[in-house]
Design a protein around this ligand. Structure first.
Ligand SMILES: [Zn+2]
Length: 449
């Protein structure tokens, strides 16, 4: 190769006003460019450097945009978007007993999960989320949805010690889970299976043990709701004489491949235990607020050295899947709670929505930052707007001023899934129409005339 000969790559994303890498040294290139080849980031850096070294089959000129890693939603129940708004302003037990459980027992099946997850995928990808970690029933159908739209996902088959919509006989749960994990050999590598044990109060110690053992055998993520409510921690204390976190630790469940969702009611001993075992936490602020579960102490978790990602939880308790609003709220609410405006900086929160979130899912080497060798999951945010003008600090704007509707283009594995605000891989109006039709049936059961 001659000194002035350029390398040819598939795609060049260039002239972006700012490229936020979210890499360990938090490099920002203004203006910046990213070269992508075979779905992988080949180069990222100042515009001039990358343009001098690379030419591409397809070039995107991104004046008026900032580029950042695709966002990572570490906790979703995708199918539950079909229950968006069916039970607001209710206590958790009535919300579950009167709305969610009756609707789930009547409607949840493979087609429901496919459609609901697809609807969630549309909302997430349009809002800049490229990776999500799901947990529900009939999870093969959730995988079908993620595969169809082209997103990256960790798909957790729901496990409980009682009958569930897809495992009426709990004695079959382990076989069902093993078959689910095996079925992923036929999926694209961006889809990773997982098991999602619902909680310590719905799963017996035996269930937790075999599910964790299966995940460990396959090198996969184990997910569980932990210490979401005060009731839960009191219940586990009375059953086992210890906190949910200690209970999991005693059972040998906690390690770097365990994702503890919520961790609202955790004490100092729990925080130390999570840090020592290197278990990660998914922080689901809006869901915890809406169900009045409480406010997890994010600053204390971060100080203890715990890896924390952001999650939205299911749509039924949020009621959207918007990581921009989660970032904004997370950066503000802990300041008020702690009486300290220096906690949860914009940079820290952005990292939780990107690289930390990816690490929490065991995907730290794959996505979550713009670094050479990682998969090309990127988001272009349109900054040529009144609410983002003037711009002194792109990180500040992303967390405190930008909205998910500012996302213009989204790539997963280097493939443009969203171009100019339009999903390229499916007909969104068809998905919305199907969702409205399904909602008609749900309405007649939950709200009879
Ligand atoms: Zn959840």
């Amino acid at each position: 190769m001659h000194a002035n000969e350029k390398l040819v790559v598939d795609t060049l994303l260039t002239r972006a006003d700012h490229v936020l890498t979210c890499d360990p040294s938090f490099q920002v290139f203004s203006p910046g460019a990213v070269a992508v080849h075979q779905g992988t980031i080949a180069a990222v850096g100042p515009c001039r450097d990358v343009e001098q070294r690379y030419e591409a089959k397809e070039t995107w000129t991104l004046h008026g945009h900032m580029l950042l890693p695709g966002l990572v939603n570490t906790h979703v129940h995708g199918a539950m978007s079909l229950f968006r708004g069916v039970g607001d302003d209710l206590p958790l037990d009535r919300w579950l007993r009167e709305r969610i459980f009756p609707a789930e027992s009547r409607f949840v099946g493979p087609e429901f999960v496919r459609l609901g997850t697809l609807l969630s995928c549309v909302e997430m990808i349009l809002g800049g989320t490229t990776t999500f970690c799901d947990g529900y029933f009939f999870e093969e159908s959730a995988a079908d949805a993620a595969e169809h739209i082209g997103m990256r996902a960790v798909l957790g088959q729901g496990v409980l010690s009682c009958p569930t919509p897809d495992v009426p006989d709990p004695a079959q749960a382990a076989d069902r889970a093993a078959a689910f994990l095996e079925s992923f050999s036929r999926r694209p590598s961006r889809l990773v299976p997982s098991l999602f044990c619902h909680a310590t109060y719905t799963c017996t110690p035996e269930t937790l043990r075999w599910a964790k053992a299966l995940c460990r055998d396959h090198g996969l993520l184990f997910q569980i709701h932990v210490s979401e409510t005060l009731w839960e921690t009191q219940e586990i204390q009375s059953r086992y004489g210890r906190s949910p976190v200690r209970h999991l630790e005693k059972l040998g469940i906690l390690d770097e491949r365990t994702l503890c969702v919520h961790a609202v009611w955790v004490n100092e001993d729990d925080l130390r235990t999570l840090a020592q075992t290197r278990a990660a936490v998914s922080h689901n602020l809006e869901s915890n607020l809406k169900l009045a579960s409480g406010i997890a102490s994010l600053p204390a978790m971060r100080q203890a050295g715990i890896t924390v990602g952001l999650g939205t939880d299911g749509c039924a308790s949020n009621n959207d899947l918007d990581l921009f609003s989660e970032m904004s709220l997370a950066a503000k609410i802990h300041k008020a709670v702690c009486g300290d405006p220096t906690v949860c900086s914009a940079r820290e929160v952005l990292l939780m929505a990107t690289r930390q979130g990816a690490c929490a899912l065991g995907l730290g080497g794959v996505t979550g930052s713009l670094e050479v060798g990682k998969r090309a999951d990127l988001v272009a945010v349109d900054i040529n707007q009144a609410h983002l003008t003037p711009l002194y600090d792109p990180v500040s704007h992303l967390v405190y001023a930008a909205r998910s509707s500012d996302v213009r283009h989204v790539w997963v594995d280097g493939v443009p899934i969203v171009r100019d605000g339009t999903v390229q891989t499916l007909d969104v109006s068809h998905v919305l129409g199907e969702a409205r039709r399904t909602a008609q049936s749900i309405r007649t059961v939950l709200f009879p005339p």
